[in-house]
Design a binder for this molecule. Structure first.
Ligand SMILES: Nc1nc2c(c(=O)[nH]1)N[C@H]1C(S)=C(S)[C@@H](COP(=O)(O)O)O[C@H]1N2
Ligand SMILES: [Mo]
Length: 196
């Protein structure tokens, strides 16, 4: 039932315009951070991908932009039960970072400045995950993960690691910060995969 318009180049609209079970509609944009907000200058920002064999690739801010960002229109769902419909973002698809990477990995383990981590299955992220750096036409606020955060809107929002700076490819699943504290290893809001 999702709306997807592949003909409209450079823009992705993936809003179901519907609330998953147990969610309510939020008009504001709550901030949920497990610790203090790190202040990372774009000039110092770096993202590192590490494969299961220890091969590494890194991007600075400009190199990340050179991968080709796109507009994203999507709904987001927090496990604390708020959802926002039709939010607008700009970000680089995860697929671009994985281009040409040889891997047998089945899981992505994202890490952030400040130490936050979260895990998710890699196979379902094609076309559905971004490194996002703009929200609603403006630079992403530090409180919301700026300069750049992961955006994985088909899973509960705790999987969208703010201040992302590492992407580890794993062959065996590993719990991240909230997953070690009882949150679901997958986190599909349509199946209410909230906790273990
Ligand atoms: N680095 C980091 N990323 C994080 C979090 C966090 O505490 N630290 N909280 C997660 C949770 S539980 C949610 S609901 C969303 C909240 O994002 P927001 O503060 O932009 O609403 O970020 C997720 N990403
Ligand atoms: Mo959350």
């Amino acid at each position: 039932m999702g709306i997807f318009s592949p003909g409209f180049t450079g823009r992705r609209h993936e809003s179901k315009e519907e609330l998953p079970p147990g969610q309510y509609l939020e008009r504001g944009f709550p901030v949920l951070s497990a610790g203090p907000t790190p202040r990372i200058d774009k000039r110092d920002w770096e993202l590192t991908l590490v494969t299961e064999r220890g091969e590494r690739r890194s991007w600075n801010w400009q190199q990340m932009l050179d991968l080709g960002p796109e507009e994203i229109a999507t709904d987001i769902h927090c496990v604390t039960a708020w959802s926002k419909l039709g939010t607008s973002w700009r970000g680089v698809p995860l697929d671009r970072f994985l281009d040409g990477v040889e891997t047998e990995a089945q899981y992505l383990f994202a890490g952030s400045y400040g130490g936050y981590t979260t895990n998710m299955p890699l196979g379902e992220l094609k076309g559905r995950a971004w490194v996002a750096f703009e929200y609603d036409g403006a630079d992403l606020d530090p409180e919301h993960g700026g300069p750049a955060r992961l955006l994985v809107p088909h899973l509960y929002f705790w999987k969208s690691a703010k201040w992302v700076n590492s992407l580890r490819l794993l062959t065996a699943d590993e719990p991240g910060f909230w997953e070690r504290n009882g949150y679901n290893m997958h986190g599909d809001p349509w199946r209410e995969e909230r906790y273990w």
